[in-house]
Every structure is written in C-alpha cells, then in structure tokens.
Design a protein around this ligand. Structure first.
Ligand SMILES: O=C(O)CCC(=O)C(=O)O
Ligand SMILES: [Fe+2]
Length: 298
C-alpha cells in the first residue's frame, strides 16, 4: 500500500517509507518476530572497507592505551566478559561518528525507539584470545519487570570480524523480547553453567560489515570463545529520551554534598554508574543499585 503523510504516526510514516526504500522491511519483520536481525553489509549504505577501517582504528587505539584506563577491564571475575572494552569512542575519530550517523543505523534506532531516540553509548568489545561466555541478559539494565512492550534501549552493532560460534559470537533467545522480563540465574545456557538447553540460543552468524540489531528486551549472551582469532564489534546503543533525569546536580559543590551523608550523594546522582567517559562504568557504583535492579521493585 502507499504510505501517506499520516500525522498520527508521529514521524514513523516517513521512517517506514525509508525502511521500505532501502529494502529493510524483512529486517523489521525479523526484529518484531524474533527480537533481532542482521543487516547485510550491502544494505548498510557504508562505504567499502568501512568495517576494516573501524577495526584498524580500534587496534591503533589499543596499541596506544593501557587496558586498565577502563574500570571494567580491571575486574577479571566480574567484567562482562574476558577481553577488553573501549568506551566513549565518538570523540576518538570521525569514523566513529560516521558509524553512529550511518543512515541505516539511525533508521533502525528510530524505528525501535521512536523519534525521541538519543545515543546511550558507543562501546567496542574486543576479544583476541579464549574468553568465557557473557551471561544471558537483556540490555534493559535496571528496568523492573514487567518490561514495557516497547523497549527503552536498543542495540545496533557493527560486526567487525567473522562472527561464528567458534569465534564466540553473540547468541539470542528468539522471541524472548516478548517475555518482558530478565532471564533468571537458571535461564543461563548450559554452556554458561545454567539449565537452559544450548539449542535455545540462536547464534549470530555474520561476516564483517554486517549490522546486528536487537531490542532492549531481547535476551542475549555470547558463546564461549576457545580460539585466538580476533573477535570485535562496536555496539551503538540508543535510548528513548525519557530515560534521562531532567535536572542535573553535577554543579553542586563537593563540600555541600560531603556534609549530607552517602544517601544524599546517591540520590542526586553523584554515585551513578552512568555518565561515564572513556573510563567506562565503575563496578562499585553499579553494585550500589544492583541488588534492587533486576527485581520487580527496580
Ligand atoms: O560481546 C560481548 O561480550 C557482549 C555484547 C553485549 O552484550 C552487547 O553488545 O550488548
Ligand atoms: Fe548486551
């Protein structure tokens, strides 16, 4: 059918027209049905060699920078996965801005988040040796169940190397975006020490240059990586605009804050794990809210 200029659609009429124009309707259907999709390199609109350039740039940054400048890289047991993460990439090179501003990335973000979407993070995951699996989780960190039927965050990831099971690719539970809750401890896959049959997890099989797109409600993890093949992706994550306190108290002088006790500091956001720059989130600040986060009380 022809898509009109329908004011009730709050801009989604035009987003959908563009989706159709770029031949991405199947991807939208997969995202709706399964909670994830893979857009092949040819449909991303990126110039030839884009993924290779991104990977070269990441490797240049790594060669130059101590992994321990990133807080999470200091915690072998508790960081999301063995390997290395790099945060706050936007300012490091125009290539990273291009990765976020890619028209297909923005289309998928606006389709998934609505047109109020904003960038939530730009993070590289690199694993160049054996790595234990990343636990099954949804990216709706801290959202209490039942999760909204729409997602509050989404993940559009540039795949930079060959993503296969052997190389420790991401795995998804197809349809889990409709469970509207987080996985429990028992819902970890068997390969991660849980009870969930491994064949419940669909591996993302994608060559470099592909875009993996998944909703904030979709359960995902990674397969154990047993080889030394470099495996890397850059997650551009987006959030709806309302996921953001309207008022900032970061200008309140430290001496005033110090006099009010620790709960005051937490309530005004002084100990938030969010708001990080290239050092990434601090585990101790994440721990302050972790106890309540995945519970029904949020
Ligand atoms: O690659 C990983 O270890 C985890 C990736 C992930 O969970 C994500 O991109 O949301
Ligand atoms: Fe994730």
């Amino acid at each position: 059918m022809e898509i009109g200029n329908w004011s009730s659609m709050a801009g989604m009429d035009d987003v959908y027209r563009q989706v159709r124009g770029r031949g991405l309707e199947t991807n939208i259907a997969e995202l709706e049905t399964f909670g994830f999709t893979v857009i092949p390199r040819e449909k991303t609109g990126a110039p030839a060699g884009f993924a290779e350039q991104l990977l070269d740039k990441l490797q240049a940054i790594i060669a130059d920078e101590d992994a321990l400048t990133v807080e999470l890289n200091k915690h072998e047991d508790t960081k999301p996965a063995a390997g290395r993460q790099l945060f706050h990439l936007l300012a490091r090179d125009q290539l990273f801005i291009d990765a976020m501003m890619n028209p297909v990335v923005r289309l998928m973000a606006s389709y998934t988040m609505g047109l109020s979407y904003r960038l939530a993070g730009l993070v590289a995951f690199l694993k160049d040796g054996p790595a234990r699996p990343t636990a099954m989780h949804s990216d709706s960190v801290g959202v209490p169940p039942p999760l909204p039927a729409y997602s509050t965050v989404c993940n559009v990831s540039w795949i930079l190397t060959d993503y296969t099971v052997e190389n420790g690719t991401l795995g998804f539970v197809p349809g889990s975006h409709r469970y509207r809750r987080h996985p429990t401890q028992a819902e970890q896959p068997q390969f991660a020490g849980g009870a969930l049959p491994d064949d419940t997890v669909a591996p993302l099989i994608a060559p470099p240059g592909s875009l993996a797109v998944f909703t904030g409600n979709t359960w995902h993890c990674t397969f154990p990586k047993k080889n030394d093949v470099l495996r890397a992706h850059i997650a551009t994550s987006f959030a709806r605009n309302f996921v953001y306190p309207p008022e900032s108290f970061d200008d309140l002088p430290d001496e005033i804050v110090a006099g009010q006790g620790p709960d005051f500091a937490r309530i005004i956001g002084r100990q938030d794990w969010q708001g990080y720059r290239s050092e990434g989130p601090k585990l101790e600040n994440m721990a302050l809210v972790h106890g309540t986060y995945q519970s029904q009380y949020g």
